[in-house]
Design a protein around this ligand. Structure first.
Ligand code: ADP
Length: 926
């Protein structure tokens, strides 16, 4: 029953079953079963060839494995012979079935078999056996077993192939699994911004991929290990890897490019010892450097101890290659990102700083209030630098030391006693150093700096910057922090920049304050000088100045002394005590009390140095005896200023504080000095005033004497001189006698003119305006000119007169103006050589009357013109030496004209002539 269709069905059945892993065994079983059925044999079996020992082993039987012989060698018995000849055989038809054959011995007398061959390879032998000798195998039986044999071949081959396919799919799956790990790792790396976490991911992924030890190292720019991430490594081993991830000699070869033959799947695999052995050698090396393209190596991944104990296949290394590349990307990106974010941070930082500085510029520029300026500065400085404590100290006006202005944070109580009166001395602490040197001080660790700030408990870092302007330190900004190295170069530069601005603002505010102070001082001084000019009452003035000193310095009292030389000492002129100063206990002298110079050392010093002295009872720098004097008088502090007028000591001013301890600053001393100079002026003025009054009295007396006592005897002298000349004339005189007499007469005449001029001047100055009245100046001019015509004629001068039509009314003294006009006309005649030309002119212009006399005389040299109206001044030009005069005429003209509300003027050119004139207001016609 060798039905081909049945066989085909069988084939497709068997092929369908081969997808299963056990299909080969079952298929061969089916074949032997089918062989028995189709060939009607007692049994059938398949012996598979074992290439290793050239035997054939029974694999499938129809009845039971024990019925058929288990093993045949090649060429032995029917199975061995079929295997050897490699084509179907029938026993005993083709060959005898030997009686000692195991088949014969098991009761089989015939058999048919076929080799199972695939592509020249013997896979096995299929044999079917019968027990009955008469039943031989036909040719179709041979064909059938041949077909079944082929079927068996197909089965074995397909089984073998599917086994391979399974194996293949297994390794494919493993590869996929690996790739999945790699993918997961890569994805997580891409999503995870944290480099450290990424590196850990890579290391773990490599661990999962079959490596017990994974080391990933990142290098710094200098090539040192910067970061190490490991998996499956003990801390001790990690230390070893930290020294070198890859043995240095291998690494050096890699760097030199001499390791390329070990490159496998992009990874360096350097086996140790027998390269063909499969087992992992502990000295084998697997590593992948991290770098992108030609860039510098940024790290390395090393794998050690594979989980399976076998050396890695090329595929197993591929994930390492991929991960190494990815890691290099991640590291590179992270570094780029870090530097980008660093520069972004720096930029943001700079922007913040700039905007702060900009605000500082705006706000500081807008405020003239020192406190606000300082508070803003401190606030910005602390906020920007993250300091724990901020302290801004300002320099006192007299630069003695620093006074706390603004504080922020926790400061020690020891700072509080420092104030304007008692500033922090400049030789103390870091601030003192900054104030002295004008240089920034940065202390990174206070423990190593002995000269640090005493006011900040537990501070470890300090930054102190001067507030300076035009080389002058105005203050010091100090920041402190409890941590070490809290401030860096950036903080220094920021604080310096901020301080420069604050210093400008502070300077502006200070200038403004000084201007205000100056305005106040000026007001005080102005008031003081007004009091001086408003009255000549010395005591009144001194009292007001003492008061002004007390108020200006806000102290309790002031004394002004006058200086006396015989005996040497000071007399109290004024004592002023502030009415509201009830809590002052100073002992003050009384007015007129005399203080001998020798009594007080400080007075002596002030007199000797002629300079203000600032005294303070509590100041050890003040001489002991002066302090004792102050203490005895219950005076806390005082300023002594000598009063000096025209280099001469005339007194002393003392400004006193008897209520509390205080320090008078140099600017306060200066204020007292200024007021004291006013006091000097007052004293000097009142002294001069009394002297002038005295002189005035003397002058009046003299003039009175001249008018009354000198005029009469002079008239007598002149009368007798005339008589003498008349009598001598008759008896005849020698020429000498005549000359002497002439001298006598001229001198007497001059004396008379002098007396008359003096009397006129005196009269003009003492004449009261009540006697004034309006009169015609034109008539007066004509009258006066005509009276002088004879003198003009004597010198053969041409004398002309021009005057306005009608009356030229003026309100005033006719006598005085006559005298003035006569003086001007007579001067023109006097100071013009013979045959000159003299023009007198009166004009009315606007509301004025203008009078002038022009001559063609000697003129006056420019250098002498300035003094021409002074009393007794005579300009002695060449040619005028013989001309007599008193020098009083022009001064009288000036006095008269000015008393009439007019003005005198003149023009003159030496050798050409002069024009003298004046104008007076015209009187209204009424
Ligand atoms: P004196 O008594 O000397 O004339 P005056 O006061 O009248 O005194 O004049 C002062 C001086 O001014 C004169 O000494 C003279 O030098 C000068 N002076 C006055 N008038 C004239 C003038 N018309 N021409 C030149 N010099 C004059």
């Amino acid at each position: 029953m060798s039905d081909p269709e049945h066989l085909l069905d069988l084939l497709s059945d068997i092929s369908a079953g081969t997808s299963d892993s056990d299909a080969a065994g079952e298929g061969l079983q089916q074949i032997v079963d089918e062989a028995c059925a189709l060939l009607r044999t007692a049994d059938a079996g398949v012996w598979l060839a074992d290439s290793a020992d050239q035997t054939l082993r029974l694999t499938a039987t129809h009845v039971s494995p024990t019925r058929l012989p288990e093993r045949y060698s090649h060429g032995q018995g029917p199975v061995g012979m079929i295997a050897a000849r490699r084509h179907p055989l029938v026993f005993p038809d083709n060959d005898p079935l030997l009686s000692d054959d195991p088949l014969a011995r098991r009761g089989f007398c015939s058999c048919v078999g076929t080799p199972l061959v695939w592509c020249g390879e013997l896979l096995g032998v299929l044999v079917a056996t019968r027990e009955a000798p008469q039943c031989s195998f036909s040719a179709s039986d041979v064909q059938t077993i041949d077909l079944l044999g082929r079927l068996g071949v197909a089965m074995i081959v397909s089984d073998r192939l599917s086994g391979k396919a399974r194996q293949l799919s297994h390794s494919l799956q493993a590869e996929q699994e690996r790739l999945r790990h790699v993918q997961v790792a890569i994805r997580e790396m891409q999503e995870q911004p944290d480099v450290e976490a990424n590196l850990r991911e890579v290391v773990e992924a490599l661990g999962v991929l079959g490596w017990q030890r994974v080391v990933l190292a990142l290098f710094s720019q200098e090539g040192l290990i910067e970061q190490l991430v490991t998996a499956g490594i003990s801390p001790e081993a990690e230390q070893q890897y930290r020294a070198n991830v890859v043995p240095p000699e291998v690494w050096a070869q890699y760097l030199a490019g001499r390791l390329e033959q070990y490159l496998l799947s992009g990874v360096y695999y350097v086996p140790h010892g027998d390269a063909s052995a499969r087992a992992w050698n502990p000295d084998d090396l697997v590593f992948a450097p991290l770098h992108l393209g030609q860039t510098q190596v940024t790290g390395v991944i090393r794998l050690d101890q594979p989980v399976d104990g076998l050396r890695p296949e090329s595929e197993a290394l591929r994930p390492l290659d991929i991960l190494a590349r990815q890691t290099a990307y991640v590291v590179e990106n992270a570094r780029l990102l870090e530097s980008a974010s660093k520069s972004a941070e720096a930029l943001a930082d700079q922007v913040e700083e700039l905007s702060m500085i900009h605000r500082a510029d705006r706000e500081l520029g807008a405020h003239l209030n020192v406190d606000r300026v300082m508070r803003l500065t401190m606030d910005w400085a602390v906020r920007r630098t993250g300091a724990d404590v901020g302290l801004l100290m300002l320099m006192t006006d007299d630069e003695r030391g620093l006074v706390p202005s603004v504080t922020m944070g926790l400061l020690d109580r020891s700072l509080f006693p420092y104030n304007e009166q008692n500033p922090l001395p400049m030789d103390q602490g870091i601030m003192g150093r900054v104030a002295r040197t004008g240089q920034t001080q940065l202390v990174l660790d206070a423990l190593s700096d002995q000269d640090s700030v005493p006011f900040v408990p537990d501070a470890r870092s300090y930054l102190s910057v001067p507030l300076s302007m035009r080389g002058e330190v105005l203050g010091v900004v100090t920041l402190a922090a409890t941590r070490v190295q809290a401030f860096d170069a950036q903080h220094v530069s920021f604080l310096e920049r901020l301080s420069r601005r604050a210093a400008v603002a502070l300077d502006n505010a200070r200038l403004y304050r000084q201007t205000e102070q100056m305005a106040d001082d000026m007001a005080v001084l102005y008031a003081a000088s007004r009091t001086i000019t408003s009255t000549l009452e010395r005591d009144e003035i001194l009292q007001r100045i003492a008061q002004a000193m007390t108020v200006a310095l806000e102290c309790s009292s002031a004394i002004i002394f006058g200086y006396r030389t015989e005996p040497k000492g000071f007399q109290v002129l004024t004592v002023y005590r502030l009415g509201t100063a009830q809590d002052s206990y100073e002992v003050l002298p009384s007015v007129k009390e005399f203080v001998p110079l020798a009594a007080y050392g400080a007075f002596q010093t002030a007199v000797e140095h002629q300079h203000p002295m600032v005294l303070r009872a509590a100041d050890p720098a003040v001489p002991e005896r002066d302090r004792a004097t102050l203490q005895e008088a219950h005076i806390h502090a005082a300023v002594l200023v000598p009063l000096i007028a025209q280099g001469e000591l005339i007194g002393l001013a003392a400004v006193i504080e008897g209520r509390r301890d205080r320090v008078f600053t140099s600017s306060e001393a200066f204020k007292v000095e200024t007021l004291a100079s006013q006091a000097s002026v007052a004293l000097r003025q009142s002294q001069l005033y009394s002297e002038v009054k005295e002189l005035e009295k003397l002058k009046t007396e003299m003039i009175r004497m001249a008018s009354h006592d000198l005029r009469n005897p002079l008239n007598n002298i002149m009368g007798y001189l005339d008589l003498l000349s008349a009598s001598l004339d008759q008896s005849g005189m020698t020429p000498e006698q005549e000359q002497y007499l002439g001298h006598l007469q001229r001198s007497a005449q001059l004396m008379r003119t002098l007396l008359e001029d003096l009397l006129t001047l005196e009269r003009v100055e003492s004449e009261r305006k009540t006697e004034w009245q309006p009169f015609d100046l034109g008539g007066l001019v004509v009258e006066t000119v005509e009276a002088q015509r004879s003198s003009a004629n004597l010198k053969r001068h041409t004398l002309s007169l021009g005057r306005p039509q009608g009356a030229a009314l003026v309100y005033g003294s006719e006598t005085q103006l006559r005298q003035a006009i006569a003086n001007l006309v007579s001067n023109a005649i006097k100071y013009t050589p013979d045959e000159g030309r003299i023009e007198v002119q009166l004009m009315s212009e606007g509301g004025r009357l203008r009078f002038s006399v022009s001559d063609t005389g000697y003129g006056i040299a420019p250098e002498r013109q300035g003094r021409i109206f002074e009393r007794f001044y005579r300009a002695r030009e060449p040619g005028t030496e013989q001309i007599g005069g008193t020098g009083l005429g022009l001064s009288l003209v000036k006095t008269v004209v000015e008393r009439h509300g007019g003005e005198v003027w003149f023009e003159s050119e030496p050798g050409k002539g002069s024009t003298f004139g004046f104008w007076v207001p015209a009187a209204e016609r009424g």
